[in-house]
Write a protein that binds this ligand. Structure first.
Ligand code: HEM
Ligand SMILES: *[C@@H]1O[C@H](CO)[C@@H](O)[C@H](O)[C@H]1NC(C)=O
Ligand SMILES: *[C@@H]1O[C@H](CO)[C@@H](O)[C@H](O)[C@H]1NC(C)=O
Ligand SMILES: *[C@@H]1O[C@H](CO)[C@@H](O)[C@H](O)[C@H]1NC(C)=O
Length: 318
């Protein structure tokens, strides 16, 4: 196995249509020179005792960027009068908010009102991916925090979507099929609760039978896991559940995808060739993931004087 963690991937292409103009590598060089290392320290400390933080941050970053762009709108707490994006997230089970708070507290102590919460999510996610064995990529910064967070705007792709349905939602964000197949490789870490895949086990599309595309051994394992009433969770990558590697693609080729869409990636002829390539070539996946994360991290970002730099990631400044 080639160990490519530690290699820095450089961004080679800047895709047309994605706002990157004012994001810059090392945006905080002069205003907060230790910004990235302050975040890295917090992530390292957490990862040591809780490696599942990688999955938590990846999902948080994805949800942030797909609703109103990467503007930390996901971090805003609801108030009595206003339901924020978070009101949708108990159902969507996003976690890791307290890590962002800790990084923000340390950053405010070092350089007040300088580093955005949107950049903290982006940097923390990057660092956590590297710690789990993924690529260590350079990510431009300079995002600003949004001024709006509304539960009614949360509309994310469903795990029961087909590949083409999911692609529509990625295309709407300026991402390609290759980006999507790559980014779903993030399901190489983390968990899914039974409610997201239960129908595949017991009553697939009204057949009263399991999904025929799921390995019967996995059906048996997951049926046992999901047998209790409390909506437990299972690993998305049943082989190397905490390692950021390409085993997710090998698993779906073995019909061991947990979510319907994950398995469809291997079966749909649109995406199957990419899945095969990533399954065989771990380095190609890691390189592609680094590039796709830079693209995802640039969706509809606020830059320049737009938005604000929040002092507390959970509340808008006055
Ligand atoms: C069509 C797109 C996607 C769909 C339908 C989807 C769906 C899901 C679902 C249903 C879960 C289980 C959540 C739970 O039970 O707590 C999940 C977990 C996860 N997703 Fe995705 N996802 C998509 C794209 C992405 C992307 C682009 C990323 C990151 C780049 C990502 C990263 C993760 C991670 C790391 C987890 C595990 C979270 C944890 O362990 O707490 N997903 N996803
Ligand atoms: C910050 O410093 C790095 C490393 O020296 C450099 O590559 C980057 O261009 C600098 N960025 C800015 C915005 O000054
Ligand atoms: C989300 O969870 C809340 C509180 O548990 C519940 O009332 C609501 O119906 C759920 N929404 C969805 C879409 O599942
Ligand atoms: C699980 O992952 C290991 C380590 O990458 C790999 O060598 C092995 O072939 C995988 N097992 C299966 C069943 O895919």
């Amino acid at each position: 196995m080639i160990n490519i963690s530690g290699i820095i991937f450089l961004l080679v292409t800047i895709p047309f249509g994605i706002v990157m103009a004012d994001l810059r590598v090392g945006f905080y060089n002069s205003t907060c020179p230790n910004a990235e290392s302050i975040v890295r320290q917090v992530v390292q400390n957490r990862f040591r005792t809780d490696p599942s933080i990688t999955a938590a941050l990846l999902r948080m970053h994805f949800h942030d960027c797909f609703v109103r762009g990467c503007d930390a709108s996901i971090l805003i707490d609801s108030t009595k009068s206003k339901s924020s994006e978070k009101d949708a997230s108990p159902n969507l089970t996003v976690r890791g908010y307290e890590l962002i708070d800790e990084a923000k507290k340390n950053l405010e102590a070092a350089c007040p009102s300088t580093v955005s919460c949107a950049d903290i999510i982006t940097i923390a996610t990057r660092d956590s991916v590297a710690l789990a064995g993924g690529p260590n990529y350079i990510i431009p910064t300079g995002r600003r925090d949004g001024l709006v967070s509304s539960v009614s705007e949360v509309s994310l792709p469903s795990p029961s979507f087909s590949v083409s349905q999911a692609l529509q939602s990625f295309s709407a964000k300026g991402l390609t099929l290759n980006d999507m197949v790559t980014l779903l490789g993030a399901h190489t870490v983390g968990i899914a609760h039974c409610n997201f895949f239960q129908a595949r086990l017991f009553n697939f599309q009204g057949t009263s039978k399991p999904d025929p595309t799921m390995d019967p051994t996995l059906v048996a394992i997951l049926s046992k896991v999901c047998g209790s009433g409390s909506n437990p969770a299972a690993f998305l990558d049943q082989n190397t559940s905490f390692v950021f590697d390409n085993q997710f693609y090998n698993q779906i080729l073995l019909n061991r995808g947990v979510l319907l869409l994950d398995e469809q990636l291997a079966l749909d002829k649109l995406s199957a060739p990419m899945v095969l390539n990533f399954a065989r070539n771990g380095a190609a996946f890691q390189q592609s993931f680094a590039n796709a994360m830079v693209k995802m991290g640039s969706i509809q970002v606020l830059v320049g004087t737009a938005g604000e730099i929040r002092q507390n990631c959970r509340v808008f400044n006055q």
